[in-house]
Ligand binder design. Sequence first.
Ligand SMILES: O=C(O)CCC(=O)C(=O)O
Length: 215
Amino acid sequence: MDLFDLLFAQQPARQDILKDVILLRRFVVPFQHEILADLVTVIQAAPLRQMVTPGGYTMSVTTVSCGDSGWVSDKNGYRYASLDPLTQKPWPTMPDSFKQLAQQAADVAGFADFKPDTCLINRYQVGARMGLHQDKDEQDFSQPIVSVSLGVTAVFQMGGFVRRDKPLKLPLYHGDVLIWGGESRLRYHGVMPVKAGSHPALGEYRVNLTFRKAW
Ligand SMILES: O=C(O)CCC(=O)C(=O)O
């Protein structure tokens, strides 16, 4: 066990942050080799790209999706689309390792029967951020959101139900999984600008996998 593992072993693996907001520290670590290998396959099949918001702002994260649909943003709005607008092909299939990880994490958090049909991959480099927003482009809010953090540490913001509510700040480390649903499904959330760092497997990057049932 290295020092990093040892320090984390001192923290509870499960932390109940708010009602229906659960953090599973380092949950991915036993599966990380398969997850990272499958991540390579997905982003080789469909490239990461910077989307533009309906307001014309270029997002600082680069993104791509896998699964039955993918989240897209352009001047026409936010939505899920069955074809990748860049390649005009279906999005890469969601790897089984991704689906199993998301379902197991949801199960442990108390959301049995999670059926993710899309995974949004967000890559952050130094300074990249995600403003406070609600996930509300999905059809069924009874299904939770499962959010996996890999690589460099980031500070996640979990807010309330209106944008101005002061968010809680949660540092998320490599391998952490944050799940929110139920009464918290529509909480505002975001990520503060990522600070310079380095991770043995992901270098200067943070990668987030967000699993949702969109359709
Ligand atoms: O990167 C993260 O941890 C959060 C991503 C997110 O909020 C989203 O994709 O909607």
